[in-house]
Design a protein around this ligand. Structure first.
Ligand SMILES: Cc1ncc(COP(=O)(O)O)c(C=O)c1O
Length: 411
């Protein structure tokens, strides 16, 4: 047996700061039991109380293994790994990305406070900002995350948080995180970024001055479309506050899911380059396709934020968007003519997925807000997987031809 894998504070292993990203992805946080090469699943809801754990409890309970809604051996491993990959002081893991986002924001904001965010963000976050927060007496101002100055202009005396996404969902605008972090610091606001679309392989916002970075672990971190998870990493004292709310809100991550998440995170650095190169190649070919009106990918010079993207997330990600000629009907025909790539509302897995945001991830975002953000008729979002790129292209080209035939027969 290991001496005590459940020590307090925490199971965070050694100092990984001098190690490279790939080594951290494979090793950071990992707990061996009886010399195991992988962390076993520790299926227990509670842990035997010892003097050390009573002390951990008295000290605030974070990273103390007392009860699995607070922390589990497997959640500790994942927290340590995301902290290492993001270069953060500390981290917590949650039952979903939305649990991480809502718990974080409701920790930082109280009735009477103000947050500056952007309307073109993930649909669930948009709902939280526009429906739940106003009911709680929290003021929300929507600015443009492509334009850090618009955030600064929106700041009020009661502004507590500036909220952005590294790359927006679904139109793939890129935020100048360095400028945004500086504005937050200058104005005494906490800077929070959803880094899901870039992953820690693509971008490390903490190193650019951000206070808190969030992830839907469901996406690139898990990487295999087989789990739902959320993570938050950042400054120690902020994470300690968020941890405290987590206990009360209850969005804890179960050990089995954390085991899968750790396994996914161990190969992040091997999957991401393929996601990035496959999506860049498809973007390049789509740009000259007759059935395509426009293409968004951070590797294309035509991307409106090309310069910022090259600075903030130069290695790219697997996210691609394009507008199919002929509007939503043609886009739907395109999607339903695909064979290998299938229509589903998620991203970041090894398999390629496609969706029209208007009837899926952004269904509840008002049409005018979607159009304003750039989700125009025919808009398709694709999460490019790690399959053979020639197979993906054959699939896409064939489905675009089918959409074209549909338009011709309709004319
Ligand atoms: C950018 C982004 N943030 C957060 C979420 C929410 O994550 P989850 O579905 O794990 O709650 C999603 C989900 O699609 C997302 O795309």
């Amino acid at each position: 047996m290991i001496d005590d894998p459940m020590t307090s504070p925490g199971c965070m292993q050694g100092d990984d700061t001098d190690k490279g990203f790939a080594t951290k992805a494979v090793h950071s946080g990992m707990q061996d039991v009886e010399g195991s090469a992988a962390t076993p699943i520790f299926l227990t809801s509670t842990y035997k109380l010892t003097d050390e754990r009573y002390k951990g409890w008295a000290d605030g309970a974070q990273h103390t293994l007392i009860y699995s809604r607070i922390s589990s051996l497997n959640s500790e491993v994942v927290s340590a790994k995301i902290a290492a990959l993001e270069g953060a002081e500390d981290a917590e893991v949650f039952s979903s990305g939305m649990a991480a986002i809502s718990t974080t924001l409701f920790t930082l904001l109280s009735s009477g406070d103000h947050i500056v965010a952007s309307a073109d963000c993930y649909g669930g976050t948009y709902g939280l900002l526009t429906e739940i927060m106003p009911r709680m007496g929290i003021e929300v101002t929507m600015a443009d995350m492509r334009d850090p100055a618009s955030y600064e202009e929106a700041i009020q005396e009661n502004t507590k948080v500036l909220y952005v996404e590294t790359m927006t969902n679904p139109v793939l605008k890129v935020c100048d995180l360095e400028a945004m972090a500086e504005i937050a610091e200058r104005n005494g606001a906490v800077s929070v970024v959803d880094n899901t679309f870039a992953s820690p392989w693509g971008c490390n916002p903490i190193k650019m001055g951000f206070d808190i970075v969030l992830h839907s672990g469901t996406k690139y971190l898990g990487g295999h479309a087989d789990l739902i998870a959320g993570l938050v990493a950042g400054k120690k004292e902020l994470i300690a506050d968020i941890f405290f709310s987590k206990i009360h809100y209850g969005g804890a991550a179960d050990p089995h899911m954390c085991y899968l998440l750790e396994r996914g995170m161990r190969t992040l650095h091997t999957r991401m380059p393929v996601h990035a190169s496959n999506s860049a190649e498809l973007a390049r070919r789509l740009e000259s396709h007759d059935m395509v009106e426009s293409v968004r990918h951070t590797s294309l010079k035509s991307h409106p934020d090309y310069e910022v993207a090259q600075r903030i997330m130069p290695k790219g990600s697997g996210m691609l968007a394009f507008v199919v000629k002929g509007g939503d009907e043609a886009a739907l025909r395109f999607m339903r003519s695909l064979d290998t790539i299938f229509e589903a509302t998620s991203l970041g897995g090894v398999e390629s997925l496609v969706e029209c945001p208007f009837n899926s991830s952004h269904m509840f975002v008002p049409e005018e807000v979607r159009h304003e953000a750039g989700v125009i008729p025919g808009f398709v979002r694709m999460s490019v997987g790690i399959e053979d790129v020639e197979d993906l292209w054959k699939d896409i080209d064939g489905a675009l031809k089918a959409a074209n035939k549909f338009l011709e027969t309709r004319a």
